[in-house]
Design a protein around this ligand. Structure first.
Ligand SMILES: Nc1nc2c(ncn2[C@@H]2O[C@H](COP(=O)(O)OP(=O)(O)OP(=O)(O)O)[C@@H](O)[C@H]2O)c(=O)[nH]1
Length: 401
């Protein structure tokens, strides 16, 4: 496991906006997440700069006065990297580099970088490399030319500098080569999936760091990599799990995040096929996270994008051990909605109603409510099994712990 002392952290600043559709609290939450991403990528955040603006400045993202303040801070503190909380256009990136003269990374680039750092297998590496080249292609002209001396670290993993600076044609060739390589592996994986026979397939989905791998471990008693950093899992792990006497296949796949770069959704299509072909989704949510409702919406958006919004889904609210009730001012308790979000108990009621009972509240770490969860998964898998194989009365008589 990577501890903070194992690597040298890069001096980093974050830059975000408070816009008309994003209030101060939201902006803080987004920057908290960006800081966690930066930390995962190897950055130590010295300061956050936030500006209130109707919309991003088309030339430099933030206004010129603010940019001056940032420039002075960067110079005085020898900041190596400035991370912007949105995707920058190639022109914005170039203009900002000229002013700040440090590495300029946007949210998309940062996520791609973490994926590059985390990719373990040649398949995951190929998928990330493809996404990185697709991100780079429109940004090639004249990019980073004055930054040669500062290469390495955040945002610089993956395609090497010679490729970055060669012309678009070579990059396009590389893209089509990688696509062909992926297609070949995809076909092999399709065959593998086809060979898995008649077992019901269950897929864990959810925002990054919600506890999917931990849950996979406790359900299958295996040893899947779980870490308190984002995107610990990039490759899909599939395990056979038996609950009671009913076997099924459980897959743990890449975590989702707000504004997951489209290049990544595209190149991870086949990893996500595991989700597409699942009979049942376990949508894991970290209920102790203040933005968990936004996370649910982000996951649902990505599921819509990959076209399976209507799949049977069990909402699994994890980390109830870490849930802290929101402290709400007495005066705020006037509306039913506010009241309903007050305690874990009230949350349970709300979600049980919203999901018609397809929700469960657990702690994967200390196994709280775990037997009820196992039983619920068992019942759902059994239901699917019976519908699919009405004549195969199988072994499932009763659920046993
Ligand atoms: N307090 C608490 N922490 C948990 C619980 N379940 C998991 N965690 C922790 O949450 C962190 C993330 O867990 P993972 O299992 O790696 O999460 P993941 O969803 O697979 O993460 P990605 O690979 O980023 O998608 C780890 O530090 C876990 O120990 C829980 O029930 N309670």
């Amino acid at each position: 496991m990577l501890e903070k002392t194992d690597i040298e952290y890069e001096k980093t600043i974050l830059i975000g906006l408070i816009t008309k559709d994003q209030d101060e609290d939201k902006s803080k939450e987004y920057l908290d997440e960006l800081e966690f991403l930066a930390y995962t990528a190897g950055g130590e955040v010295l300061k956050r700069f936030v500006q209130k603006m109707q919309m991003p400045n088309p030339k430099t993202f933030i206004g010129s006065g603010k940019m001056d303040e940032v420039r002075v801070f960067v110079e005085e503190n020898e900041v190596g990297t400035a991370i912007f909380d949105d995707e920058l256009s190639p022109a914005q990136q170039k203009n900002i580099e000229k002013i700040l003269r440090c590495k300029i990374i946007d949210r998309t680039n940062l996520i791609l970088d973490i994926f590059a750092q985390r990719a373990q297998t040649s398949y995951a590496r190929t998928q990330v490399e493809l996404a990185q080249y697709e991100y780079l292609l429109p940004r090639l002209a004249g990019m980073w030319t004055h930054l040669e001396r500062q290469r390495g670290g955040i945002g610089m993993r993956g395609p090497g500098e010679t490729e970055i600076e060669t012309d678009r044609r070579i990059v396009r060739d590389r893209i089509s080569l990688l696509k062909k390589k992926l297609e070949k592996i995809d076909r092999q994986m399709e065959v593998q999936r086809g060979n898995r026979g008649a077992l019901v397939r269950v897929a864990l989905v959810g925002y990054t760091n919600v506890g999917k791998s931990t849950l996979m471990n406790v359900l299958s008693k295996s040893d899947v990599f779980a870490e308190n950093k984002l995107f610990a899992t990039l490759d899909t792990t599939v395990r056979k799990v038996v609950i009671g006497n009913l076997p099924f296949l459980l897959s743990d796949t890449v975590g989702f995040i707000r504004k997951l770069p489209t290049q990544l959704v595209e190149s991870f299509k086949s990893t996500l096929d595991e989700v597409r072909e699942a009979d049942l989704l376990l949508h894991v949510v970290d209920i102790s996270h203040p933005s968990f409702e936004d996370h649910i919406a982000s996951v649902q958006n990505i599921l819509n994008e990959i076209d399976h919004k209507d799949k049977p889904t069990l909402m699994v609210f994890n980390k109830i051990d870490a849930y802290e009730p929101e402290v709400i001012d007495e005066d705020d308790l006037v509306t039913e909605k506010t009241k309903a979000h007050y305690t874990l108990q009230e949350w349970k009621k709300t979600w049980m109603n919203t999901t018609n009972g397809d929700a469960i509240f657990i702690s994967a770490i200390n196994k709280e409510n775990f037997e009820a969860f196992r039983k619920m998964v068992y019942e759902k898998v059994k239901e699917i099994h019976i519908t699919r194989f009405p004549y195969n009365h199988f072994l499932y008589d009763e659920y046993t712990e």
